[in-house]
Write a protein that binds this ligand. Structure first.
Ligand code: TZP
Length: 208
């Protein structure tokens, strides 16, 4: 089974870059050392997403980083991405696996112990759990899960766990203490004044 080899998983949101080109922000983050990117531009149609994914693939290859595509297995295969990232609204993990084969990564977003356990049963390679802290984009979906719940997930779930939701340099040390494999984030890099420096700072904290 493939296993994620990254500590920092950058999730894209081209509406959070303060008007800067998404590929520019991604290249800055890659230059800062980011090891894995999830292309998550849910509102784009297949054609636009394909061309964006193709450019992101070239960039990530140049920096020897992983590229995963949110939800779209067809696009992941078309651009030879390293895997897909699925939510509970996506095609089932087992069906994705049939299409993707054993070599590509399948990440699963989860919001409870039950969802995480189900992702394990269905064959995910790693799990995102959150939102751990408050984050504006997820505020309508309820209150943050908190570190105690995250710790419980890490203890009970046998797969690598990545914390997501409100992850910032200030809370990385506390988050890591729960035993997570790494962190996933959007705004701390996408919206940073200097995405390269922000990435470097986060990675330094993660690898300490
Ligand atoms: N899933 C759970 S929280 C979240 C997603 C996609 C948003 C994370 O964004 P940020 O800006 O890192 O809090």
């Amino acid at each position: 089974m493939p296993t994620p080899d990254f500590d920092l998983y950058l999730v894209t949101a081209r509406n959070q870059t303060h008007g800067r080109d998404l590929l520019w922000v991604l290249e800055a983050a890659l230059a800062g050392g980011v090891e894995a990117i999830q292309l998550r531009e849910k509102d784009l149609g297949g054609r636009e997403l394909f061309f964006l994914a193709e450019s992101a693939r070239k960039l990530t290859q140049r920096y020897h980083a992983r590229l995963l595509i949110n939800d779209r297995i067809d696009i992941a295969l078309a651009v030879d991405a390293d895997g897909v990232h699925l939510s509970t609204a996506s095609i089932p993990i087992e069906s994705a696996r049939v299409l993707l084969g054993r070599q590509r990564l399948v990440g699963a977003s989860t919001h409870s112990l039950e969802e995480a356990a189900e992702a394990v049963r269905n064959g995910a390679d790693f799990i995102l759990f959150g939102p751990v802290y408050f984050t504006a984009s997820k505020a309508p979906h309820g209150s943050p899960q908190g570190l105690a719940t995250l710790k419980k997930i890490v203890e009970k779930i046998s797969l690598p766990i990545y914390a997501i939701g409100g992850i910032k340099p200030e809370n990385i040390t506390d988050t890591r203490r729960t035993g997570v494999r790494g962190v996933a984030l959007i705004s701390a890099v996408m919206s940073a004044a200097d995405p390269k420096d922000a990435t470097k700072k986060i990675l330094k904290l993660l690898k300490r």
